[in-house]
Structures are given as C-alpha cells and as structure tokens.
Write a protein that binds this ligand. Structure first.
Ligand SMILES: Nc1ncnc2c1ncn2[C@@H]1O[C@H](COP(=O)(O)OP(=O)(O)OP(=O)(O)O)[C@@H](O)[C@H]1O
Ligand SMILES: [Mg+2]
Length: 216
C-alpha cells in the first residue's frame, strides 16, 4: 500500500508527522515498512542518516527518489506494484506541487494532509484538494490538524472543517503544538512524543484498516 504525506503548503509538519508515523507503525505493525523521501530538501533522509550516530538500531530504510532529473518511477506499473503489495510504502513529499508527483498522487491509497488554522494554510489546503480532484486522484484523503494550539480560536474553523469533511476524512484528534516533536529522530518515540501523536495516529490506522478491510 502507498501512504503519502503531502500538501502544497510548506512547513505544515509533513516530515515531522511522517517520521512520527513511521516510528509509531514500526512499533505496532507486522508489515515491512519502506520510506521514500520524494522531497528535494531530503529532510527525512538526512535526519535518518544523521541518526546513525545514535547507537540505536534503525527501524526502517529510507530511500531518496526523484533526485536530479532522473525519473522517480520508470513506469506506472512500478507505482501500481507498490500500491498493491503488502508492504507499507510511506512517502514524504515537498511542500510544492510538481507534475512529477501526479502519478503517485493519483494512484496512492491514502494521502495524509496536515493543515493549520490560518488564512494562508486554509487556502493552500483547499487548492491542494482541488488539484487532487482535477488530476482525478483515487486516493483517500485524510486531514490532520497539525501544530494545533487550543488557545487560538480560528474564526472560520467550523466552516473549514465542514469544507474538508466533504473531501475526505477529517481526524477528530489534532496533533498539538509540542516542543518534543521538534526534536524527533528516526529511531524511537519518547513517551512524550508517543503521547502527542497516539490519538490521531490510531484514528488513521483504524480508518485505513476499515477502508481496506485489512490490518496494518
Ligand atoms: N506538532 C508540532 N509541534 C511543534 N513543532 C512542530 C510540530 N510539527 C512540526 N513542527 C515544526 O515545524 C517545522 C516544520 O515542520 P516540518 O519540516 O515537519 O514541515 P514540512 O511540512 O515537512 O515542511 P516542508 O514543506 O519544508 O517539507 C519544523 O521546525 C518542525 O520541528
Ligand atoms: Mg518536509
């Protein structure tokens, strides 16, 4: 199966959540987990390499794709094969839309879209959803409130939630803004980090299991 962390807004927490999700899954899933860093910044991959000094065994391999001008996938069959096999193939994408992502966005199983309540983020989230519609993406969309701050009241939160609900699954639990997530590494989750992500991630896993009638 293919699970992607993507949106067209930079800095919303895609990479942080992708690392946390990969770490969390590797602790609870029997399936093989493969991570693909499809962002020119290669933040996930660099962190994973940096973490080699930690003296903690690695939880998964991370592969860079789409680097230079070489095509990320030789053909469509490669993507379909990643989608249809039993492994969990997790992709971290850049915060910019690019035509090189189209096939992956079209044929993946799930796109996890982190968003924040701000005028800018709201707009880009809706633009991104619109693009997914235009390219006729078959993927299920999962919206996750990222860096959520309980004390901040976004005036149009209800309107935004209703809008997103029409386009996919809006998770009930947010990922709160937490300092402990700013120091995440690719080898473990601390108790605090697990506590910060456990509710929304369990919702994601339940949703995936229900949708595909499987257990990941
Ligand atoms: N829940 C959170 N609480 C506090 N800080 C967070 C949280 N999530 C992400 N951050 C911080 O926000 C910044 C941006 O996060 P991250 O790099 O994960 O976003 P991104 O969407 O992958 O960005 P890009 O579009 O550049 O790839 C980082 O400094 C990260 O540590
Ligand atoms: Mg990133």
């Amino acid at each position: 199966m293919i699970i992607i962390f993507a949106t067209q807004k930079g800095g919303t927490g895609k990479t942080t959540l992708a690392i946390a999700f990969a770490n969390y899954l590797s602790g609870i899933s029997e399936r093989k987990l493969n991570v693909f860093d499809f962002d020119f910044q290669k933040s996930f991959y660099h962190k994973w390499r940096e973490d080699e000094v930690l003296d903690i065994p690695k939880l998964y391999e991370v592969e860079i794709i789409g680097d230079n001008d070489t095509q990320a996938f030789p053909d469509l069959e490669t993507i379909i094969e990643l989608r249809d096999n039993e492994d969990i193939n997790l992709f971290d994408l850049a915060g910019t839309l690019d035509v090189k992502y189209s096939d992956l966005l079209i044929y993946s199983n799930f796109i996890i879209i982190p968003f924040e309540y701000s005028d800018v983020s709201v707009k880009s989230t809706l633009v991104f959803v619109n693009v997914l519609g235009q390219i006729e993406s078959q993927a299920d969309r999962i919206f996750i409130r990222s860096k959520y701050d309980k004390s901040f009241k976004y005036l149009n939160q209800e309107g935004m939630d209703a809008e997103l609900d029409r386009y996919g699954k809006l998770l009930k639990s947010p990922v709160f803004k937490r300092n402990c997530l700013q120091t995440i590494d690719t080898r473990k989750l601390t108790y605090e980090q697990k506590y910060a992500i456990r509710n929304p991630f369990n919702e994601i896993i339940c949703y995936i299991n229900e949708t595909l009638d499987t257990t990941i």
